[in-house]
Design a protein around this ligand. Structure first.
Ligand code: UGA
Length: 459
């Protein structure tokens, strides 16, 4: 891997660091606040949730994010990062960031009311504020906020869209070494100010209209989700024609026009972003009279991947009186304790509803999973999840689950089927332990010795 570094800090003669106020010290807010402090700015994070603030002050982060605790500790100690529950700091700030949640409504439309409330609260204290919306907001939100500001007597307020592209688990890295920074505003000076905040990042900066910036954020997530849905459809076809989707994806991804990332077929996408953003854009398309045919298909294909996994398990336990499944992984992806819209939990729920008992384990997400699905049995380890199971499912591809002692697992299980729902296991090792390898897109490996041999040769 090539080592990457920030541009050096500005010389002492450079203009003073910028004062940043940031409302909402949740996942995106806290990463943004800590990283701006790392870039040399003076940051005050406003968090109105008393419990969260108390924990933050005691040095306990509300989320699991590698590297963030260190950054927060360091900059609270250096004095460049303060946390508070009051809005006082916004009056002195050069720039005010808004990073509050924009949850989906039941109809898929995005609820931006928290963003609007915060913007109003900032303007009361700082009528000429430069307010930067970091929260993911549907295209047209900045325009509406501009109208609100004007109508409510703040014509000098300046609004900017500055979307984030942070992956959970790699958010600090993604902030400091981004593929691009997007600054969408109709006010050139406000745009210059926000660009100055990011000056030390060696990256491409796009200065755009607010609508371009807002839509680009949604489009980026929709493109990524679409790739996964598409490769998952190819996986479904692969299983029916005796092909191996991992090989197919490698070949397709070698085309520079396609690229290799986000072609890992399996149980599908989840998390707090893709489902909300694909649904939010589809709802917006409807509202503005545009087509959402592709967006709807992306969602349907994602559901299909889980249904295929459910069918494989039900087929394997047909005729069993009290079917039991072991599940490895509950987080929506490895490296996080986040279970929002987790495909593993959706699969577990479907199975539980069909009368299957599920014993699941996860390195970090067990507690969160038990909260959202109390019918799950949480196991302390992979062996515990496998013990007595008719089927063992790899549902989230944590590295620690990829190469267990399969002979021991075979000994512990009641049945023999291992469902590799992330196409991440070594099929040969599973089979060598006397187990039956099933998969979403590589079923051929469990059926056809020649296919397995071909994979062994390729690696
Ligand atoms: C995603 C985007 O990747 C970020 O760029 C974006 O900023 C963020 O949403 C957001 O909008 O805030 P994240 O939700 O952390 O980040 O997760 P990803 O790493 O993108 O994974 C999303 C889902 O797709 C996971 O369930 C993962 O298991 C699945 N996935 C990913 C696949 O099934 N196959 C793949 O090849 C890649």
């Amino acid at each position: 891997m090539v080592a990457r570094a920030l541009a050096p800090p500005p010389p002492a003669s450079a203009p003073r660091p910028l004062r940043v106020s940031l409302v909402g010290a949740g996942y995106v807010g806290l990463v943004t606040a800590a990283c701006f402090a790392e870039l040399g700015h003076e940051v005050t994070a406003v968090e109105v949730d008393a419990t969260r603030l108390g924990r933050l002050r005691a040095g306990v982060l509300p989320i699991y994010e590698p590297g963030l605790d260190d950054l927060v500790d360091r900059h609270r100690a250096s004095g460049r990062l303060q946390v508070t529950d009051g809005y006082e700091a916004v009056s002195d700030a050069d720039v005010v960031f808004v990073a509050v949640p924009t949850p989906p409504r039941p109809d898929g439309r995005v609820d931006t009311s928290l963003v609007e409330n915060v913007v109003r609260a900032v303007l009361v204290r700082s009528p000429r504020a430069t307010i930067v919306i970091k929260s993911t907001v549907p295209p047209g939100t900045i325009r509406r906020l501009e109208q609100i500001a004007s109508a409510e007597g703040y014509p000098l307020a300046r609004l900017v869209a500055n979307p984030e592209f942070l992956r959970e688990g790699q958010a600090v890295h993604d902030f400091l070494f981004p593929d691009r920074v997007v600054i969408g505003t109709r006010d050139r000076e406000a745009g210059d100010l926000v660009a100055a905040l990011y000056e030390r990042l060696r990256t491409m900066t796009y200065r755009t209209s607010p609508e371009d910036a807002e839509l680009a954020k949604y489009a980026a997530n929709v493109f990524l989700a679409a790739r996964i849905s598409l490769i998952n459809e190819v996986a479904g076809i692969a299983d029916r024609v005796g092909a191996n989707v991992s090989q197919v994806a490698a070949i397709v991804g070698a085309d520079a026009r396609v690229g290799r990332s986000f072609l890992q077929a399996g149980l599908g996408w989840g998390g707090s972003c893709f489902p909300k953003d694909v649904g939010g854009l589809a709802a917006l398309a409807q509202d503005v009279g545009a087509s959402s045919a592709m967006l709807d298909a992306i969602v349907a294909a994602n559901r299909d991947a889980r249904s295929r996994a459910t069918e494989i398990v039900l087929e394997a336990v047909r005729g069993t009186t009290h079917p039991v499944v072991g599940m490895l992984g509950l987080a929506f992806k490895p490296g996080t304790d986040d279970v929002r819209e987790s495909p593993s939990i959706a699969l577990a729920r479907a199975l539980i509803t069909m009368g299957v008992e599920v014993y699941a384990t996860d390195p970090l997400a067990g507690e969160n999973a038990a909260r959202v699905e109390p019918r799950l049995h949480i196991a302390g380890s992979a062996s515990e999840a496998a013990a007595g199971a008719d089927v063992l499912i790899l549902a989230t591809e944590w590295p620690e689950f990829l190469a267990p002692d399969w002979h021991r697992i075979a000994h512990l299980m009641r049945g023999t089927v291992v469902l590799d729902a992330r196409n991440a296991l070594g099929a040969g090792a599973v089979i060598a332990a006397g187990l039956t390898y099933r998969s979403l897109g590589r079923d051929v490996l469990g059926r056809d010795a020649a296919a397995l041999e071909a994979v062994a040769c390729a690696f």
